[in-house]
Design a protein around this ligand. Structure first.
Ligand SMILES: [Zn+2]
Ligand SMILES: [Zn+2]
Length: 349
């Protein structure tokens, strides 16, 4: 049920998505139909004065880059490698400083009074592209697709490890997005549990499917294609949009158009369609938003019980680091977003 401040609350549900909102006279609560999370969209807050200057990202010199001579890093050979003319262009390696380590046995859960402890067993890998200065939007399109193809291979392989429940693939670009190394790289972390944010998404998607007999993301895509307000770009295989319920300013989601629960279950054409839109979205952010740091990540069905999650629709989320969660966000879990997604789509188109 959706409640809009200023309206009387009664027993009849009001569906936010049915209310056309092209001009926001006042701030608005919006509820994500998948995660169930609330967001406050408050464009007026974007007008408030700022007295801080942005800190600019400085790329560390190549001579000090630990990813320039990977063969001597003690981390060679790679798990996966893509070569051209006898030279590696893309590799997947175990992380030298892993948050989780792979073991032959599944982790055991131990109870200690009110605490529950599980061993940190999992996978933590890096995908590294060769060129020190070429981040994802600057890669040749063939390499961007190859990055996605190698992610897919890792999904398929780690899927065979019955101890693992979810594989998270993400990029941290720039220090404010959590990157400690300037050289372009991507991370893969396989976990023995399904992370809560992902579980919320599955639960919302499952509940919507049960009620409507359709995929919530397919319905969102159909709605947005009719409205034509928040679509940033599309091709025959994929679509990029500024979500109606955007938690962060300038957030973008990219979906394959054809319903597919699992990243690794998509066709090469679909992966290519999404990779192309991810490149163009990040390039537009660089040009129009002053080259912000960003994170992007894949949300996909878990490795376990795959048939149970056929209702889900994998996608990529892009979150530029423009605002920092403040006290209200940390205290309540509700984000305040000062940028209307309708304007985001116009700007990035
Ligand atoms: Zn480098
Ligand atoms: Zn779908």
């Amino acid at each position: 049920m959706c409640w809009i401040p200023g309206q009387a609350r009664d027993d009849k549900p009001v569906y936010c998505l049915l209310v056309p909102v092209y001009y926001l006279a006042m701030s608005q609560f919006r509820k994500d139909p998948v995660s169930g999370e609330w967001v406050i969209l408050a464009p007026e807050r974007g007008l408030r004065p700022h007295s801080f200057k942005n800190t600019k990202r400085v790329l560390a010199p190549k001579s000090k880059c630990p990813f320039e001579d990977l063969m001597k890093s003690g981390n060679w050979p790679p798990v996966l490698e893509y070569d051209e003319k006898g030279k590696w262009q893309i590799v997947v390696l175990p992380n030298k400083y892993p948050a989780l380590k792979h073991e032959a046995l599944c982790p055991q859960e131990l109870a200690d009074g009110p605490y529950r402890v599980t061993e940190g067993i999992g996978y933590h890998e890096l995908l590294i592209t060769r060129d020190h200065a070429k981040s994802f939007p600057m890669l040749p399109p063939v390499h961007a697709l190859e990055v996605f193809r190698l992610f897919g291979e890792r999904y398929r392989t780690i899927d065979k490890d019955h101890c693992m429940a979810y594989l998270s693939v993400f990029a941290n670009w720039g220090p404010s997005a959590g990157a400690s190394i300037a050289h372009p790289h991507y991370q893969l972390m396989a976990l023995p549990v399904i992370p809560p944010v992902i579980q919320h998404s599955y639960d919302g998607s499952a509940a919507y499917f049960k009620k409507n007999k359709s995929c919530v993301h397919c319905d969102i895509i159909a709605t947005e294609r009719k409205k034509k307000v928040r679509i940033i770009a599309e091709n025959s295989e994929a679509i990029a949009m500024a979500p109606f319920v955007s938690r962060d300013p300038y957030e973008v989601k990219i979906f394959p158009k054809k319903h597919s629960a699992r990243f690794e279950g998509s066709t090469e054409a679909a992966l290519k369609g999404v990779a192309v839109l991810l490149q163009s979205t990040l390039a537009a952010m660089k040009k129009k938003l002053g080259d912000p740091d960003y994170n992007f990540y894949i949300h996909t069905a878990p490795l376990l019980d795959q048939l149970k999650y056929d209702h889900y629709h994998w996608h990529v989320e892009v979150a530029p680091k423009i605002s920092i969660p403040a006290g209200f966000e940390l205290a309540t879990g509700i984000d305040i977003n000062a940028v209307d997604p309708d304007t985001v789509a116009k700007l990035l188109r």
